[in-house]
Design a protein around this ligand. Sequence first.
Ligand code: ZN
Length: 170
Amino acid sequence: MDRKQFLAGLGGIGAASFLGMRSTSAQSARGDAHGPGKPKSEWKKLLPAAAYAVLFEEDTERSFTSPLNDEHRPGTFICAACFQPLFDARAKFDSGTGWPSFYEALPGRIATKRDFRLIWPRAEYHCTVCGGHQGHVFDDGPAPTGKRYCNNGVALRFIPAGEAPPPLRA
Ligand SMILES: [Zn+2]
């Protein structure tokens, strides 16, 4: 995939910021082919094996294994790889599936098939900064959106309200 095709696949969301932030985007899209951001080889060094497997090898954690299932404090869920904030804790609900679930993501922070249709299957969603696989979105969620973002807990980190998130590592 060349740079032009890659950017076409991104749609509008975030494409300009990818380019502005990192000149290596196209290179990593060609090299490790997982999306924008660092090459997978770099993430492999930075992340615990279980988080790397979910984020960059499309693995799925076993249900009811994430401590974040029981996280109910106000705060923000950030990408475990690049630390981009992805979900406000207010959008979290108990789906009964055993995976942290949200009815909406923060605007522009994840991309689904519309934005990445050339790269990823339809229901998957990915972090727009690092391209890491977070989970799958379904249409059986609660009001007000009717969406259910079913997220791997190991791909997230929780930052309680009032605590500063770590700086982006993109
Ligand atoms: Zn990320």
